[in-house]
Design a protein around this ligand. Structure first.
Ligand code: PEP
Ligand code: MG
Length: 325
């Protein structure tokens, strides 16, 4: 059965009635590219760059990063690679900076906040990503954005990195798309303003569910409350998709929800442009998309948005799965 699914994984993710969705891969290491291509990934939608900084006592320098990033961009070319800038902090610390002594690290100095506080570290990475952009189809995105000012600050560092490279005569793609991850309820509420600042959104539901339902994604005592099909989660995602499309930018989803067969038809109904998921899950999700029709997804979405409880939504989603698969 697995072999049968895999055989079709290089076909496009197109619904029966002709809607195309891009199916991309989440990776943590450059070495995973083989698995991305083997499983029919149409690009890398989330490269979690922080993994190259973990489990070592020193920091990677620009040359080391650039070499790795150029390899990734050129192997994947002409398929795209979305580099997420460092998401350190919360549960991922680097020894060079030590423990921050925070009582609530998930709400502390993590991701873009950490980078803006450590501009040298940030700029080294930005320069390496820019250098890779001359070798393939590279995009960049900033994690954990909470407001417009943060995006502008991050973009100012990017502009400075570009100016330096230009002065040094180093090549980069001047039109490299820049996006942000939507992972905080604050970003959802001002998605309309954030959309003016960037070229695309990527919804990080792993964190967005954690921060909107108020449930630590790693705490097993409350994991029963971590619900992708919570009416609030679905409304939240829809707000972001609508805001992006209203502003004419693309929106992707790169949390675990993207590999959940129960959630994908609802996301299609919302009009999500791309999904990014663990490489091994790509063949199965592509198959579901190819057996679905958009008309039914929109109908399911409409029904689901009228439900008041997760239980009711689960029932509808189950019915839908049994009807189609
Ligand atoms: C997310 O939060 O959904 C996400 C994709 O980022 P990470 O899992 O790396 O925090
Ligand atoms: Mg996240």
């Amino acid at each position: 059965y697995t072999r049968k699914i895999k055989r079709h994984c290089h076909l496009p993710a197109e619904t029966i009635d002709g809607s195309r969705v891009q199916v991309l891969a989440n990776i943590e290491l450059v070495e995973e590219v083989a698995s991305v291509l083997d499983n029919g990934g149409e690009g890398v939608g989330l490269y979690r760059t922080e993994y190259a900084y973990l489990n070592r006592t020193d920091l990677p320098g620009e040359e080391e990063l650039a070499e790795k990033y150029i390899d990734l961009a050129s192997i994947m070319s002409p398929k795209k690679v979305v580099f997420r800038t460092l998401d350190l902090g919360a549960d991922k610390f680097i020894s060079s900076y030590g423990e921050l002594g925070e009582t609530n690290p998930a709400m502390g100095l993590r991701a873009i906040r950490f980078c803006l506080k450590n501009p040298q570290l940030f700029k080294t990475q930005l320069r390496a990503i820019l250098r890779a952009s001359a070798h393939g189809k590279v995009s960049l995105m900033f994690p954990m954005i909470s407001g417009v000012k943060e995006v502008r600050q991050a973009k100012a560092w990017l502009a400075q990195a570009k100016a330096e490279l230009r002065r040094e005569g180093v090549e980069y793609d001047p039109d490299m798309p820049v996006g942000i991850m939507i992972e905080l309820p604050a970003a959802v509420m001002i998605a309309e303003y954030l959309a003016y600042e960037v070229d695309f959104f990527s919804i990080g539901t792993n964190d967005l569910i954690q921060y909107s339902i108020g449930v630590d994604r790693t705490n097993h005592h409350v994991s029963y409350l971590y619900q992708p099909l919570h009416p609030a989660t679905l409304r939240t995602i829809k707000l972001v998709v609508d805001a992006a499309h209203q502003a004419g930018i693309e929106v992707s989803l790169c949390g675990e929800v993207a590999s959940d067969p129960f959630c994908v038809p609802i996301l299609l109904g919302m009009g999500i442009d791309s999904l990014s998921l663990t490489p091994q899950a790509i063949p199965g999700i592509k198959r579901i998309i190819r057996q679905t029709n958009m008309h039914d997804c929109r109908k399911l979405l409409k029904e689901v948005l009228e439900c008041r409880t997760v239980g009711r939504i689960n029932d509808l989603v189950m019915d839908n799965i049994f009807k189609h698969f």
